[in-house]
Design a protein around this ligand. Structure first.
Ligand SMILES: Cc1cc2nc3c(=O)[nH]c(=O)nc-3n(C[C@H](O)[C@H](O)[C@H](O)COP(=O)(O)OP(=O)(O)OC[C@H]3O[C@@H](n4cnc5c(N)ncnc54)[C@H](O)[C@@H]3O)c2cc1C
Length: 301
């Protein structure tokens, strides 16, 4: 039977004013969530919108960043520009550097960090710095709230653990992961408005003896989902930042990465680029520590 255009069901557009209202609606059907729209609309292209749209831009309670008991909460509507303006410790420098590189200022003003994660692109710039901060996502539905580590939320290219009826309400950064200094580097074919070929975030904290006590190394765009290099991190613990740490990285095989060949770069190039970015990011972290008066000369130049 041919369905006449006039018989086709109309799509609905709603903009709830509270999270409760949004969750009630999400429980009733197959809604597409709209935040800043900077991934949503380009993916839609010129096709008419046939889906029901749930616009979360009326949920004022999800705009802010604020400290809760044992973590920093970043609401799902927080934009890249908000991150750039927020007063945050040096452990967040990598996230701020990534924020500055997302598209352009206009994109940073509209685009949300939560949208970047839910879109689940292998080249999402927010993922490596957030993995380095041990970020967790908070998902809410009528059934309640659940917290997932970011690496359990991101299941693959364009795949997340979000279930129908769930809204990502925000990110949680454990206070215990906000120590040390951090850095982010992104390699693309040009400086601005570019999809990453490879990107790296590192976070390093030293103990009283000046040796690495905590380290996170996360690489993006070199596997279906950005990932922490846990074996490399283990090899770096106990080393001195600077030459000692760089020596451990010098011959590291980076075989945890599974880069793809595509129009932007070959797999071999991506692996070499990621290795070089890790070295450079660790060097930058070292330089930051040398300048940091709170480390009272614990880190030698
Ligand atoms: C010109 C341009 C340049 C760009 N440059 C970069 C770049 O350099 N680096 C980069 O990483 N990205 C880049 N992007 C992509 C995009 O800007 C970011 O991924 C942005 O953070 C997406 O956020 P948003 O709020 O616009 O998401 P939206 O487009 O609104 O949503 C993205 C997806 O997430 C879902 N979603 C959003 N919020 C929620 C929620 N709270 N709960 C559940 N699902 C949700 C939506 O349904 C949709 O599927 C660029 C985009 C453009 C147009």
């Amino acid at each position: 039977m041919t369905v006449q255009a006039s018989e086709a069901p109309l799509s609905r557009y709603v903009r709830p004013a509270s999270t409760e209202e949004a969750l009630d609606l999400l429980a009733t059907g197959n809604w597409r969530i709209l935040a800043g729209g900077t991934d949503f609309f380009p993916a839609q292209g010129n096709r008419p919108i046939r889906d029901d749209i749930l616009d979360i831009n009326g949920l004022e309670e999800l705009v802010d960043l604020h400290h809760r008991d044992d973590h920093l909460f970043i609401g799902a509507r927080a934009t890249w520009s908000q991150i750039l303006r927020a007063e945050l410790p040096p452990a967040f420098d990598a996230l701020k550097l990534a924020a500055r590189e997302v598209g352009s200022v206009q994109i940073q003003n509209r685009g949300t960090i939560a949208g970047n994660l839910c879109n689940a692109s292998p080249a999402a710039d927010g993922v490596p710095p957030l993995l380095a901060l041990d970020a967790e996502v908070e998902l809410a539905s009528l059934a309640g709230r659940r917290i997932l580590p970011l690496d359990a939320f991101l299941l693959g290219s364009r795949q997340t653990a979000r279930q129908p009826g769930e809204l990502l309400t925000g990110l949680r950064i454990p206070t215990t992961s906000t120590t040390g200094v951090s850095h982010f580097l992104k390699l693309g074919a040009r400086s601005y408005l570019i999809i990453s070929i490879a990107m790296v975030a590192v976070r390093v904290a030293v103990g009283q003896d000046g040796r690495i006590e905590e380290v996170a190394v996360a690489v993006g765009a070199c596997s279906a989902v950005a990932q922490r290099l846990r074996r490399l991190e283990t090899a770096l613990i106990g080393r001195r930042v600077g030459d000692d740490a760089l020596a451990a990285v010098a011959d590291w095989p980076f075989d945890e990465l599974t880069p793809i060949d595509d129009v932007r770069a070959t797999a071999g190039y991506r692996r070499k680029a990621a290795a070089e970015l890790v070295r450079r990011a660790l060097r930058q972290a070292h330089e930051q520590m040398v300048r940091d008066p709170s480390l009272e000369g614990r880190v030698a130049a």
